[in-house]
Design a protein around this ligand. Structure first.
Ligand code: CUA
Length: 260
């Protein structure tokens, strides 16, 4: 007689089942796959997350890593228990009548509610903290850049120096807080600088102000359009150059701006 065969007692009231420990097996499988999944994610994350050069200490990347780590056991819970049930409780060779009614277990219910509540609360608090960080007020030395999207290029205007950047290049001085006022001339575009954690819609007839960011590393980065905006959407990107203050002043002066 195989392990999975169901036996009924003569009494019938408490049927003895020589089932394998389904719950234990599924939980072990769940824990193993969750740990494996988290380990794989932590390795993969090193390669696929973008370089962040803002002063918030890579908060966006940390958020992605932490939320994914939390999501892996949750999704594995669903997949493992569905997968295990499909396999272990398939009807072939098993009785097809209804089983015993399930009795609610207070501990299980409280635990279930507790864990999901704590998880949700954690996500809310984390999100509010992130939002608070991003909405903190601009300091007086914040440089404004007015960004205009159109099919299919970006233009950048620096009100402080009253110049537009030539050749659709966005230059930023390192260490200086910057804020973007973003709009569009025609259709919806999406203004995104991955390295700075900036991403906002460019809406025609409306100006959207981004959070203040401080580029902390000299280097070459990119603005890309992240909203499908027509035939050449893919080509709607611009170079971002984070440079030293003196290089920036030279560049502004070259464009005819006053830097005093
Ligand atoms: Cu502009 Cu896509």
């Amino acid at each position: 007689m195989s392990e999975a065969t169901v036996q009924e007692n003569a009494g019938g009231a408490s049927p003895a089942r020589t089932e394998p420990h389904h719950m234990r097996n599924a939980v072990i499988l769940w824990i193993v796959l969750s740990v494996l999944g988290i380990a794989v994610w932590l390795v993969v994350a090193q390669f696929i997350l973008p370089t962040e050069i803002t002063s918030d200490g890579g908060f966006d990347n940390t958020t992605i890593v932490v939320f994914t780590v939390l999501a892996i056991p949750v999704s594995m819970f669903v997949f493992v228990f569905v997968g295990y049930s499909l396999f272990a409780f398939r009807t072939r060779g098993r009785p097809t009548e209804d089983g015993l009614p399930m009795q609610p277990k207070a501990g299980l219910q409280i635990g279930w509610l507790g864990v999901t509540s704590i998880l949700c609360l954690f996500l809310v608090i984390w999100g509010m903290f992130g939002l608070y960080q991003e909405t903190s007020a601009a300091s007086p030395d914040t440089m404004i850049v007015q960004v205009t999207g159109q099919q299919w290029l970006w233009t950048f205007y620096y009100p402080k120096y009253q110049v537009s950047s030539a050749g659709q290049v966005l230059e930023l001085p390192v260490g200086v807080p910057v804020q973007f006022d973003v709009t569009s001339k025609d259709v919806l575009h999406g203004f995104a600088i991955q390295a700075l954690g900036v991403r906002v819609d460019a809406n025609p007839g409306q100006t959207t102000t981004t959070q203040v960011v401080i580029p902390t590393q000299i280097g070459d980065y990119q603005v890309v359009c992240v909203e499908l905006c027509g035939l050449y959407h893919t080509f709607m990107w611009s170079a971002v150059k984070v440079v030293s203050q003196s290089d920036f002043d030279t560049w502004i002066a070259g464009l005819g701006g006053q830097t005093s």
